[in-house]
Design a protein around this ligand. Structure first.
Ligand SMILES: Nc1ncnc2c1ncn2[C@@H]1O[C@H](COP(=O)(O)OP(=O)(O)OP(=O)(O)O)[C@@H](O)[C@H]1O
Ligand SMILES: [Mg+2]
Length: 977
């Protein structure tokens, strides 16, 4: 070992002595360019690109001024993207540059790119405070959720900015691994007032397989997009002056451009290899055609044998070989001499910092590898396999060396792939499984491995050719795995019925006791998907039953996040609450709960909400949220949204709005849209009830787009969202129009659990309003029955309001009065201020009509107070009209004060946490923002509320009505770390 290291070190020295200039250029003796002319004050030669440079410099200036920017550079291989950015950064005044490159061979290595970035960061900030123990996680098992890694990156960027602006570069982003790109997108979207400049380079944005979130970010109008084209004649002439050719004639420049399209990589290779006369002599064809590969091959042929062999050996070792490895693979006994030759020939470059080698350009690498030919490559890969220690790498080389099917190797790779799948490293697993499939000697084995690989790929959220894959799988022989995968394709296409049939077929084949090809883990997957399917069909009991089976069979496999929670909500939806609550009475505090217990705690919180025990619901859900940093995104979004719903019902509308925004902003970074409609369905509640129409309409609009997919739960979700908005606007006919069709088709079930999303009372009131008393009675009877049968106080109170309104219109004052009183009695026993106010409002209007003005004002006044506290403007307006009709004059003062100090949801969130005593850094973590962004919002809050110190915030917030209830302190957002 020691020997190897010293070889490496002296190689570094030797290469330093060579004082090579980057980029390496092949310089045949006749055309040797004096190195000095290829550098400019120690920097690599760079010509032209004035527009692109000034655009980028403007962006740098903005970043220095505290506004984050993103730049995207596009253009074909060799056009000069990397060179441009290096040139820009050569003289930009920035604190630190984190540079990472995607590598063609490492696209499947989870977090490979993020690791490069954080490793560079560690060099700047010393031993890493954020990613303890080194870089995030390339290859770590189980691999973390990309967004959790993204949160850590936000922290790290905050740390790095202390010493100046930060530039983050991802070169060749089209080859970057997906989790890294997701983490990066997540982080970039959270920066508002940060000095961070992110530069991404891709060859072709259309072809590049980028996560949707990143693509959206790159298409954003704030992103600086630069499309690089070839150099023009003037730029080529400047380029030629630095070469041995000296400045070419204009005619020669035109010819050079026609020949290379102005591509600097091609142009420079020609300038280095062709004498100047050849350019001017139109009779003499330029020796090498457009293909850059041919130029590299010519370089290779001209190089001394040792240098050539070293470069060839290095080419099988990937993008970053070490000298000792390459020498060993190539069987070279004088590595240093070989290295000198290869560097001199422009085939390799030394990378002293990483103690390794690299190729001057990816195209040089590709050309050398290609040129070696299949037999030689196989031989080199075989030797490489014997040398490397890491198992995955060894198998990779053996697979490359294999000339045909290889059963033993396929088995080893399949084993490795399955291990990775168990740990949730889907991308790596997919890679190994599909290589294993390619090597499998028998058709049956091939099919099985392909199916498993496709399953993993679906789990990464990244299967580009979905339809092609599905067609291939259809041709496979019938097995449980085939049906399972076809079901997943069907689900992806939105065909729930076909998915159900296929899943049931698959279950028959693989069920533990009765199947023909029993496979517990597959059984768990099939059952899990059936549970999900039935929950989308709103069939709670079946969903719970399948989720239970999935849990039994899964034994901790990573693919089963959320199933425990799904089982609980399925049971809840089907009404088996008491049994469930009893079974989960003794759970630990969320702060010390295990992962599985957190799942169950989240489910218990949901059930508490259902039985109107909102205090316990908020305690469970808030606690789970605080403890779930590091859990999957879906889990956190689900918990956050459910908490928001409980807060809405408990009258904590500011908190509800904050949590909805948080959930949606987390969701926006995920390519998995599963929970988006749910977030918007809950998201509409507060803005609708507060008369913030534009915001409310946006939420409703999104639920409608999702409803077009035809999934029952999405149609129901859109209808409910629309109904809430229409009620706030007082549009009864619209409510009837959106709710009646799904009710009549059975999609919205009047006999089901009445406590979940509260649409039944909205429909009845609307039917009464539009005068369809007969239908109102029909619907109300079923609602009342369901509410009573399940014993839901909130539903009983709402139904009593409906009953009161209906009887009042039927001219039954006695029955109406009794109904309203009964409703109030129910409502008094639970914590539902908005429901109670709606009831008092209805009761008050009834009393006014019944000629009891004093009683009426008492009820209306109480409703008015609550609506004011909640800032439920449309309801407040209607309530005031009633009060005015009773001869009462409203007080204006409080409302105006509130208007002036109105904070945005995010400002309010920041203000509340600071008021609760958290530091900016803690606030940033809670709200998943950068620290700079928190500072930025806090400045706005100080301005709006006219405070100068953090300590004044709490009292000022209360005074301004920014806190809707004094007992807000136990909600999830204000739990300190
Ligand atoms: N404006 C320029 N002036 C001088 N040399 C340049 C210029 N642009 C590019 N080059 C040289 O051309 C070669 C290719 O450029 P570069 O590596 O930047 O291409 P790229 O667009 O990053 O390609 P890829 O997509 O393959 O990474 C390099 O050797 C670089 O030094
Ligand atoms: Mg490049």
């Amino acid at each position: 070992m020691a020997g190897l290291r010293s070889v490496n070190r002296s190689a570094t020295e030797a290469a330093r002595r060579l004082r090579r200039v980057e980029p390496a250029s092949a310089a045949p003796p006749a055309a040797a360019a004096p190195a000095a002319r290829l550098v400019d004050g120690g920097r690599a030669l760079f010509v032209g690109r004035p527009d692109a440079l000034s655009q980028l410099r403007r962006a740098v200036a903005e970043v220095q001024g505290g506004r984050p920017r993103v730049a995207l550079l596009e253009g074909p291989a060799g056009i000069g993207k990397t060179a441009l950015v290096r040139h820009l950064l050569g003289d930009a005044d920035v604190g630190c540059v984190l540079w990472a490159s995607g590598e063609e061979d490492e696209t499947g290595l989870s977090f490979g790119v993020l690791d490069q970035l954080t490793a560079e960061a560690a060099r700047v900030v010393g031993p890493d405070p954020v990613f303890p123990g080194g870089p995030v996680a390339a290859g770590r098992v189980p691999s973390p959720d990309p967004l959790v890694a993204g949160e850590a990156l936000v922290d790290l960027l905050g740390e790095l900015q202390r010493s100046g602006p930060v530039v983050l570069v991802v070169d060749d982003a089209h080859w970057a691994d997906r989790p890294s790109l997701q983490a990066l997108t997540f982080a970039l979207r959270r920066l508002r007032a940060d000095r961070v400049f992110a530069v991404l380079m891709v060859r072709d944005l259309v072809d590049a397989q980028l996560p949707d979130g990143l693509r959206r970010l790159l298409m954003d109008e704030r992103t600086v997009r630069i499309l690089l084209e070839g150099l023009d004649d003037t730029e080529l002439r400047a380029l030629s002056s630095a070469h041995a050719t000296g400045p070419l004639s204009w005619r020669a420049c035109v010819r050079l451009r026609a020949h290379t399209g102005g591509n600097p990589l091609h142009a420079r290779a020609l300038l280095e290899q062709v004498p100047a006369e050849a350019f001017d002599n139109l009779e003499a064809p330029l020796p090498v055609p457009r293909s850059f590969a041919m130029l590299v091959v010519a370089r290779l042929a001209a190089a001394p044998v040792q240098g050539r062999e070293l470069a060839t050996a290095a080419s099988v070792l990937g993008a970053h070989p070490t000298l000792s490895q390459a020498a060993a693979v190539g069987g070279l006994d004088e590595p240093l001499r070989a290295l000198e030759q290869a560097i001199e020939a422009g085939l390799l470059v030394e990378q002293p910092a990483a103690r390794g080698l690299r190729f001057p350009h990816p195209l040089v690498h590709a050309a050398i590898y290609e040129q070696a030919g299949p037999a030689r490559r196989a031989e080199l890969h075989t030797r490489a396999a014997a040398l490397v220690e890491e198992e995955a790498l060894r198998l990779h080389h053996l697979a490359r060396a294999a000339t045909g099917p290889d059963g033993a190797l396929a088995t080893e790779l399949a084993w490795l792939g399955r291990e990775e799948a168990t740990a949730g490293a889907w991308a790596a697993a997919a890679g190994h499984l599909s290589t294993a499939a390619r090597l499998a000697p028998a058709r049956t084995e091939y099919e099985q491995l392909m199916l498993e690989a496709a399953d993993c790929q679906l789990l990464t959220g990244d299967l580009p050719d979905l339809f092609g894959k599905e067609a291939e799988v259809r041709g496979f022989r019938p097995t449980a795995w085939r049906d399972y995968l076809l079901a997943r394709f069907a689900f992806q296409r939105g065909d729930a019925d076909e998915a159900e049939t296929l899943l049931r077929n698959a279950w028959k084949r693989c069920a533990p006791d009765s199947g023909t090809d029993v496979d517990p883990l597959l059984g768990a997957r099939v059952a899990g998907w059936l549970a999900a399917l039935y929950s989308t069909k709103l069939r709670g009991a079946e969903s719970a039953e399948w989720a239970g089976r999935a849990l039994e069979l899964s034994s901790g496999h990573a693919a089963f996040d959320l199933i425990g929670q799904m089982r609980m909500s399925g049971l809840a939806a089907s009404g088996q609450l008491d049994a469930v609550l009893e079974s989960v009475a003794d759970l630990p505090d969320p702060a010390v709960a295990s992962v599985a217990e957190l799942d169950v705690l989240a489910g218990r919180g949901q059930i508490y909400a259902l039985v109107d025990n909102l205090a316990d619901a908020r305690r469970d859900l808030g606690g789970v949220l605080a403890a779930s940093r590091g859990r999957s995104l879906l889990f956190r979004v689900l918990v956050t949204t459910t908490l928001a719903q409980a807060e809405y019902r408990a009258g904590l509308w500011d908190d509800a709005a904050i949590h909805c925004d948080l959930a949606l902003s987390l969701m926006a970074d995920s390519d998995d849209g599963a929970l988006v409609p749910y977030c918007h369905q809950i998201g509409v509640l507060v803005p609708a009830a507060r008369g913030q129409w534009e915001q409310a309409e946006k939420h409703v609009g999104t639920t409608q787009v999702f409803a077009e997919s035809g999934f029952p739960h999405l149609i129901a979700s859109a209808a409910i969202a629309m109904a809430h908005l229409a009620r706030a606007r007082g549009r009864s006919a619209e409510i009837v129009a959106v709710l009646e069709p799904p009710v009549r088709s059975g999609l919205l079930d009047l006999d089901a659990e009445p406590g979940i999303s509260g649409w039944q009372d909205i429909l009845v009131d609307a039917l009464v309003e539009v005068g369809d008393l007969h239908r109102a009675e029909q619907v109300l009877i079923r609602f009342e029955t369901a509410a009573r049968r399940r014993g839901r106080r909130s539903a009983m109170a709402a139904a009593a309001r409906n009953r009161g309104n209906l009887e009042a219109l039927r001219d039954n004052p006695g029955a109406a009065d009794a109904a309203f009183r009964a409703g109030l009695a129910e409502a008094e026993q639970i914590e539902l201020p908005f429901e109670r106010a709606l009831l008092r409002h209805s009761y008050g209007s009834f009393l006014r009509g019944a000629g009891r003005p004093a009683d009426s004002v008492r009820q209306l006044q109480a409703a008015h107070d609550t609506f004011t506290l909640l800032d439920a403007r449309p309801y407040l307006d209607r309530c005031e009209s009633e009060l005015v009709a009773c001869g009462w004059t409203p007080r204006e003062g409080r409302r105006r004060e509130r208007d002036a100090s109105r904070l945005t949801t995010l400002e309010l969130a920041v203000a509340k946490l600071v008021a609760a005593g958290l530091t900016n850094r803690q606030v940033a973590r809670e709200l998943v923002l950068s620290e700079k962004t928190v500072e930025h919002h806090l400045r706005a809050v100080f301005g709006k509320l006219h405070v100068t110190a953090r300590t004044q915030l709490a009292s000022r917030l209360l005074a301004a009505g920014g806190v809707s209830q004094p007992d807000h302190a136990d909600a999830g957002l204000v739990q300190p770390d």
